[in-house]
Design a protein around this ligand. Structure first.
Ligand SMILES: [Zn+2]
Length: 130
């Protein structure tokens, strides 16, 4: 990869970072704590509020991780320009298609797969609940 290509990736990553930072964190509403109002409807509201909080913090976490990944890629361009576009694990070239989709990728598809072998299969089977 030459310096000009690298500069283009850097620009792209910086744009992604700005975009990720521009998205405000999801506001997390505090739990309703009203001692005088403890009907069934309020229990439902409480459950809903807890669910929304879980979703909100999950989303914020995803956003923070994304920014951290982008920062890591930018740092790599800065510190070790020759390594950008190469897998952190095996040193092989990351497929251009993959880099195109995820400029912040620091692992090739194989190493990512090896690091995350159970990805997508963690969901419990229906039979586990019988
Ligand atoms: Zn690799």
């Amino acid at each position: 990869m030459n310096a000009r290509e690298r500069a283009a990736w850097k620009q792209k990553l910086e744009g992604m970072r700005r975009e990720a930072l521009g998205k405000k964190p999801v506001r997390i509403e505090p739990n309703r704590k009203d001692a005088t109002d403890t009907g069934v409807a309020d229990e439902d509201a409480q459950a809903l509020s807890e669910m929304l909080q879980a979703i909100g913090s999950q989303r914020n976490k995803g956003q923070a991780e994304r920014i951290a990944r982008i920062d890591r890629a930018l740092q790599k361009i800065e510190d070790d320009p020759d390594q950008f576009g190469l897998c952190d694990e095996c040193g092989e070239k990351i497929a251009p298609k993959r880099l195109e989709l995820m400029p912040d990728a620091t692992l090739c598809t194989e190493c990512q797969g090896a690091r995350d072998p159970r990805r997508g299969t963690t969901r419990k089977k229906l039979t586990d609940y019988r």
